[in-house]
Design a protein around this ligand. Structure first.
Ligand SMILES: Cc1cc2nc3c(=O)[nH]c(=O)nc-3n(C[C@H](O)[C@H](O)[C@H](O)COP(=O)(O)OP(=O)(O)OC[C@H]3O[C@@H](n4cnc5c(N)ncnc54)[C@H](O)[C@@H]3O)c2cc1C
Length: 442
């Protein structure tokens, strides 16, 4: 650990959640506002929340990582209006725990409870039903950014350019230090209905028919022969609102130690799909507390450990409704031909307008998990998936897919160059950078 000008920079090996990129990095851990400015003005830097992005978005190249973990306080709560002001390093699991105990919740929460509020804004994440709730920006009333030695507060109505560019800005507009979040009244109990589906086309129809519910997503088998078979989970609000005990949100750890022997070979995938099908794909419904539905991956530690040291690739594409059936048919044909190992496919409905680099739009999103290494059949399949998705007007999720390169991103997002220029206005000297911004040429 090196001390200079009142700040300490240590060295640490950082690894992306998908394990596709790791490097030794210089890390600063500011614990007060003045230390946010302690780095030399021309030092390359990038803010970091918990680092639970699948891709390397909070470290890389020669940037000093500014770890915001110490900025994790809940600052103010208006229990009448459901407004909560928090520091940017606060974790979404802790925010939900606090809100639920007071009868409120944040409808848009990603699956990992350690994701921070700063990370959720900078990646403009989605939750359990983006078609109803939008992306994370929809619940941010205001945010405070640290730029050039002072704080600036922006909101959708005040400083709206900077607000919009910060959402899905991947840290380029400055360091988010706090945000005021708009909470929603928490339904205490959800009835979760399970609708089995035989194909992705059928799944799309079930998702579209459900639309306005608090929870809506599907799980699907990715194996040839059983491709697309699965279940749609639809959470219905019983109208019963109450404060919930705060102890109902166990944490998925930030760093999951990989198994020494990876589980997700063909046999492991077949066994897991069989178990899931028997347990979760029968038609019916059950009453579940909202707390249990917010972080369904809490019990998924063995699942992620099972990818072993090589990790996984998550490819997520949002395909317009009009193209989805043809896309799904092409995907099934590609899987039958190339026979990749796919450990999981999930489906979600979106109904937003894509702004900047955000993962949003009108259509159905599919996320596919593939055990790495992404070479041989796995690589061939990922390349074919990319071409197929592009041919059907698909939009990629930049915070998840580490296989996307600059050329692909430009083909997928026709307005990319304009957005890049817009973002770089806030950092004209290019000091803010990460492995993600390097890889996609942002
Ligand atoms: C198991 C799992 C499930 C997930 N589920 C979902 C899901 O359902 N929906 C979804 O959309 N995503 C999901 N994600 C992705 C995850 O929510 C996002 O990648 C999120 O950004 C991670 O937050 P973080 O605090 O770890 O951010 P980091 O990984 O640390 O950083 C992400 C980006 O935010 C920037 N950033 C972080 N903090 C700040 C700050 N204070 N100021 C400025 N910029 C900042 C970083 O520079 C970087 O560009 C999931 C990830 C995992 C591993």
């Amino acid at each position: 650990m090196k001390e200079s000008r009142g700040f300490a920079v240590g060295e640490q090996a950082l690894t992306s959640f998908d394990r596709q990129f790791s490097m030794r990095c210089r890390v600063q851990r500011p614990d007060r506002y003045r230390l946010l400015d302690a780095l030399p003005a021309d030092a390359p830097r990038i803010a970091r929340g918990s680092g639970v992005s699948y891709v390397a978005a909070s470290f890389g190249v020669d940037a000093i990582t500014q770890d915001m973990a110490a900025f994790d306080r809940l600052l103010a709560f208006d229990g009448e209006r459901g407004l909560l002001r928090v520091e940017a390093g606060a974790r979404i699991g802790d925010v939900e725990r606090f809100a639920l105990a007071h009868g409120w919740y944040l409808p848009v929460a990603p699956g990992h409870p350690a994701a921070t509020i700063g990370g959720c804004i900078a990646a403009d994440v989605h939750g359990k039903n983006p078609a109803r709730d939008g992306t994370f920006r929809a619940q941010v009333a205001a945010l405070e950014l640290w730029r050039d030695g002072s704080g600036v507060t922006v909101s959708p109505d005040h400083g709206s350019d900077l607000f919009a560019d910060t959402c899905a800005g991947f840290g380029l507009t400055g360091t988010i230090v706090s945000a005021t979040l708009r909470l929603a009244r928490a339904p205490a109990i959800l009835v979760v209905r399970r609708i089995p589906v035989e194909s992705l086309a059928e799944a799309a129809q079930v998702l579209r028919d459900a639309l306005n519910v608090p929870l809506l997503y599907g799980w699907h088998d990715g194996r040839p022969g059983a491709f697309g078979r699965g279940v749609i989970r639809i959470g219905l609000d019983t109208g019963d609102a109450a404060a919930l005990p705060p102890s109902r949100l166990p944490d998925l750890p930030i760093a999951i130690a990989p198994s020494r022997i990876p589980t997700w070979n063909r046999l492991g995938i077949a066994l897991a799909n069989g178990v899931i099908r028997r347990r979760w794909c029968r038609p019916g419904q059950s009453a579940v507390t909202l707390a249990d539905t917010l972080f369904p991956l809490n019990a998924a530690k063995p699942y992620f450990a099972g990818f072993g040291r090589a990790g996984l690739v998550e490819a997520q594409w949002l395909v317009p409704h009009t193209r989805f059936v043809a896309f799904a048919a092409g995907l099934e044909e590609t899987v039958a031909r190339l026979r990749p190992r796919i450990s999981l496919i999930s489906s979600k409905l979106f109904a937003g307008e894509p702004d900047g680099l955000a993962f949003d739009g009108h259509g159905i999103a599919l996320a596919l998990h593939l055990p790495a290494p992404a070479d041989g059949a796995q690589r061939a399949f990922l390349d074919a998936l990319t071409e197929l998705a592009l041919a059907h007007g698909g939009r990629p999720n930049l915070i998840k897919d580490s296989t996307l390169d600059a050329a692909t991103v430009r083909r997928a997002l026709p307005g990319f160059e304009a957005v890049r220029e817009r973002l770089r206005r806030w950092d004209p000297d290019g000091h803010v950078r990460s492995e993600l911004t390097r890889r996609i040429g942002l």
